[in-house]
Design a protein around this ligand. Structure first.
Ligand code: TGC
Ligand code: FAD
Length: 392
C-alpha cells in the first residue's frame, strides 16, 4: 500500500464534543493503525491471512473490552471511547475491527453480563490481554437472519451437557481459544455456553474463498457430542434476547467503525483528486468530481453527528435497539456508497492495492450483511415506528 497519509475529516469541529480523554484514546489508536496496520494490511488481505502479530497491539490500545470494568481486566472506558477505537481500527481495515468487535461485544460482553463471578475471573482478564481470543456462534447453515430457529442443541447428562450442531460464518473461529455458543436445551430454550478449543468433538474448519474481510479469519464451529462442563453455561440470562443483547453492543461499535472506513476512502479520494492532472488541471477542479467529494463529506458529517448522539444515549443507558439499528444501517450503507464513489475518483488506480479503497469496498459488503442485514435493520426501524412486525 502507498504511504499512509491519512488526515481525519472533521468538517463540523466535532472534536469539540469530545473530552480530552476521548481524544487521547482515539489518537493512540489512530497512531497505532498508521504504524502497525497500514504497512501490513494489504499483504494480509492479498494472502487472506489473519495477521496474528497485531493481537498484542490491539490489547494495548484498549480494543479488547474497552468498557469492561478494570476489575475484570478491561479498560473501564465509556461508550464513546469504545466507538472511537472501533472507528480508528476500521479506518485501517474492517477485518481488524471485526476481530476486536467480536472479542469485546460478543465474547467479553456476554461473559460480563450473563456470566458467573467465577467465569468472569477465569476468562475476562485473559480476553482483555489478548492471551485468549474468542468467537461467537449464533448463525447456522439454515438460520442466519432468523437465529431463533437454531438447531444446535444440548442435553443435560447429569454431570455435564452434551452439545451437538453446527455454526457457520463465525469470525475468529479458526484460531479462537473459546467460543460463546448459543444452543437450545431439551425444552427449546436458548442458552449461552462457553466452549473451549481442546474439548473433544469440537472443530473449527476455516472458510476459504472469501472476496471480503480477507484479513479476518472466518470458520465453522462443529459440535459432535461435545462434553461441556456444567459450570460453562452462562447462568444469568437465557432466551433469544441474550444473544440479541450482545448484538446491540456490537452493532453500536460497527456504526462507529463504518465511519472510519468512509473517512479513509474520502481522504484518499480528496488527496488524489488534487494531485491527478487531466485536461491540464487537477481533476478536483471539475464539477463532477467536486459533487462526489462534497456529498461524501456531507454524509460523513451527518453520520458523525448521529453516532456521537447515539454514544451519549448509550452512556446514559438510553439507546434503544432500534436506534442502534438505524445507525448501523445508515453508516454502513453510507460507507459503502462512499467507497464506490471514491473508487471512481481514482479511475483505474481505484482498483489497485496501492490504495485502500477497493479493500474497504469489498470488506463493507460483509459489514452490510453481518450483525443483521441492511434489510433486517430497516424492518427493525419499521416495526419500531409502526408497531407492526413485518419479519414473519
Ligand atoms: P423477537 O421475537 O423480536 O425477540 C425475541 C426475544 O428477544 C428480545 N429482544 C431483545 N432483547 C435484548 N436486546 C435486543 N436487542 C432484543 N431484541 C429482541 C425480545 O423482547 C424477545 O424477548 P421475549 O422475552 O419476548 O422472548 O425475535 P425474532 O425471532 O422475531 O427476531 C427478530 C430479529 C429478526 C430482529 C432478530 O432475530 C435479528 O436481529 N436477526 C438478525 C440476526 C443477526 O444479527 N445475527 C448476527 C450474528 S453475529 C454476527 O454477525 C457477528 S459478525 C461480527 C464481526 O465480525 O464483526
Ligand atoms: P439470510 O438470513 O439467508 O438472508 C438472505 C437475504 O434475505 C438477505 O438479504 C436478508 O436481508 C433477506 N431476508 C431474510 N429474512 C428476511 C425478512 N424477514 N424480510 C425481508 N428480507 C429478509 N455470525 C455469527 O453468529 N458470528 C460471527 O462471528 C459471524 N461473522 C460473520 C463474518 C462474515 C464475514 C460474514 C459474511 C457473516 C458473519 N456472520 C456471523 C453471519 C451473519 O450474521 C449472517 O450472514 C447474517 O445474519 C445474515 O444471515 P444469512 O447470511 O444466513 O442471510
Amino acid at each position: 500500500m502507498a504511504q499512509d497519509l491519512f488526515q481525519a475529516p472533521d468538517y463540523y469541529n466535532l472534536d469539540d464534543l469530545l473530552t480530552e480523554e476521548h481524544i487521547l484514546i482515539r489518537d493512540a489508536a489512530r497512531e497505532w493503525v498508521k504504524r502497525d496496520i497500514s504497512p501490513i494490511i494489504e499483504e494480509a488481505c492479498q494472502k487472506a491471512e489473519f495477521p496474528h502479530q497485531i493481537i498484542k497491539g490491539l490489547a494495548e490500545v484498549g480494543a479488547f473490552g474497552p468498557y469492561i470494568p478494570e476489575e475484570y481486566g478491561g479498560a473501564g472506558l465509556d461508550q464513546i471511547s469504545y466507538g472511537l477505537i472501533m472507528q480508528e481500527l476500521e479506518r485501517g481495515d474492517s477485518g481488524v475491527r471485526s476481530t476486536a468487535s467480536v472479542q469485546s461485544s460478543l465474547v467479553m460482553y456476554p461473559i460480563w453480563k450473563y456470566g458467573s463471578e467465577a467465569q468472569k475471573h477465569k476468562y475476562l482478564p485473559k480476553l482483555a490481554s489478548g492471551e485468549f481470543i474468542g468467537c461467537f456462534g449464533l448463525t447456522e447453515p439454515n438460520h442466519g437472519s432468523n437465529p431463533g430457529g437454531m438447531e444446535t442443541k444440548f442435553k443435560d447428562m447429569g454431570d455435564h451437557y452434551l452439545l451437538n450442531g453446527a455454526k457457520m460464518w463465525i469470525s475468529n473461529a479458526p484460531f479462537a481459544d473459546i467460543g460463546v455458543v448459543w444452543a437450545k436445551n431439551e425444552e427449546g430454550r436458548i442458552h449461552g455456553l462457553i466452549v473451549e478449543r481442546d474439548m473433544e468433538g469440537f472443530s473449527t474448519p476455516e472458510t476459504h474463498n472469501k472476496w471480503s474481510l480477507r484479513a479476518s479469519a472466518t470458520g465453522e464451529l462443529i459440535f459432535d457430542d461435545v462434553k461441556v462442563p456444567k459450570e460453562n453455561l452462562l447462568p444469568k440470562k437465557s432466551g433469544l434476547g441474550a444473544p440479541l443483547g450482545c448484538l446491540d453492543s456490537a452493532r453500536y461499535g460497527i456504526a462507529w467503525g463504518a465511519i472510519g472506513a468512509a473517512m479513509d476512502c474520502y481522504d484518499t479520494a480528496l488527496r488524489y483528486s488534487k494531485e491527478r492532472i487531466q485536461f491540464g488541471k487537477p481533476i478536483a477542479a471539475f464539477q463532477l468530481q467536486q459533487k462526489k467529494l462534497a456529498e461524501m463529506i456531507t454524509e460523513i458529517t451527518k453520520a458523525q453527528l448521529l453516532t456521537w448522539r447515539l454514544g451519549v444515549l448509550k452512556n446514559e443507558n438510553k439507546a434503544t435497539t432500534a436506534q442502534i439499528s438505524m445507525a448501523k444501517r445508515n453508516n454502513v450503507d453510507m460507507a459503502l456508497n462512499i467507497a464506490r464513489e471514491a473508487r471512481q475518483v481514482l479511475g483505474a488506480m481505484g482498483i489497485s492495492g496501492e490504495y485502500s479503497i477497493m479493500r474497504h469496498m469489498m470488506n463493507l459488503e460483509s459489514v452490510i450483511t453481518y450483525e443483521g442485514t441492511h434489510d433486517i435493520h430497516l424492518l427493525i426501524t419499521g416495526m419500531d415506528i409502526t408497531g407492526e412486525n413485518a419479519f414473519k
